[in-house]
Ligand binder design. Structure first.
Ligand SMILES: Nc1nc2c(ncn2[C@@H]2O[C@H](COP(=O)(O)OP(=O)(O)OP(=O)(O)O)[C@@H](O)[C@H]2O)c(=O)[nH]1
Ligand SMILES: [Mg+2]
Length: 293
């Protein structure tokens, strides 16, 4: 029997949703950082094996939005719950079920699809804390399966896949088996740049960054020439992104290029620019232009 379905990975920001999806796919397809609100779109990836096909949907962390971009992020994440076959509700050992998680669990109530409690980051928590969290969460919601994991270490993740397959319905192959994501190459490239900005910059600066690819061309020697603009919200941010003597921008560019070369399997020339677009995160038409629509 062939099984298939859509599996949404949902949870608060920073709990490790994208890390888990990348791990399950065995490939870096969604960017990761140690700051909340890294993922801004639904990222769909496809895992096809002999007897199943799982379509994972990595979603932006559900939070209380403070601007239009945040509203967009929460909305797209919640929309994935409309047509879904199984939900992975991801959280971390917290013991108490906080307001954020309570809000998400409310949305999952009565959906009529299996909901797994996936407790991530057990590698940095004590067994007692993990056990106490599992107990408290189970009192708040009738989970189909409860599974503590470490997405980084790959602990219990094989078991997680087995359980997903067990609970997925019988179904067709939705996508060709060599297709691993619905994301455009250009999008993945732009996200790589944003990821490096999140790594190298601090406080509010990286959260106000959007990346636009201006050109992406492969020449006769199979070298990619890529030019992109980093948009930021304030003049003061522009200086910070560029850094002393252009140092910071250069680092962003070097790290991003290394990832791109791995992903594209080719040499990359990368040129980055920085531009200010005041308060773009609250500007609906700019958000649309940047693909947040
Ligand atoms: N110790 C530990 N850290 C983890 C684990 N999984 C993820 N992390 C870290 O948690 C941070 C957030 O990971 P992400 O995968 O970006 O989290 P996310 O839930 O996708 O976050 P948003 O996109 O902002 O909603 C990163 O620094 C990861 O390295 C884990 O199993 N153990
Ligand atoms: Mg993410």
């Amino acid at each position: 029997m062939f099984k298939s379905g859509f599996v949404t990975i949902i949870g608060r920001p920073n709990v490790g949703k994208s890390t888990l999806m990348n791990h399950l796919m065995g490939e870096k397809l969604s960017i990761v950082s140690n700051r909340p609100q890294t993922t801004r779109n639904n990222i769909q990836t496809i895992l096809t094996k002999e007897n199943y096909q799982i379509v994972f949907v990595d979603t932006p962390g559900i939070h209380k939005p403070r601007h239009k971009l945040g509203e967009y992020m929460v909305k797209v994440a919640q929309e994935t719950l409309r047509e879904v076959d199984l939900v992975l509700f991801l959280t971390n050992p917290e013991v108490e079920v906080g307001k954020g998680d309570q809000y998400i669990l409310e949305q999952l109530r009565g959906k009529g699809v299996p909901v797994f409690l996936v407790l991530n980051k057990i590698d940095e928590n004590t067994e007692e804390r993990v056990a106490a969290t599992l107990k408290n969460y189970a009192e708040h919601f009738d989970f189909t399966e409860v599974i503590p994991i470490s997405a980084i270490k790959g602990k219990n993740t094989d078991r997680l896949v087995d359980l997903m397959v067990k609970h997925l319905p019988e179904g067709p192959k939705f996508y060709p088996e060599d297709m691993i994501t619905d994301q455009q190459e250009r999008f993945i490239i732009s996200e790589t740049i944003r990821e490096k900005a999140l790594k190298l910059l601090s406080q509010e600066v990286p959260h106000g960054i959007a990346v636009e690819i201006i050109t992406m061309k492969k020449d006769e020697k199979d070298i990619y020439n890529i030019e992109a603009t980093l948009l930021c919200e304030k003049d003061s941010h522009k200086g910070i992104i560029i850094g002393k003597g252009g140092e910071t921008l250069k680092k962003i560019s070097t790290y991003a290029r290394q990832d791109m070369e791995k992903f594209l399997g080719a040499k990359v020339y990368l040129k980055l620019w920085v531009k200010v677009k005041k308060e773009w995160r609250d500007n609906v038409s700019l958000l649309r232009e940047l693909g947040y629509k």
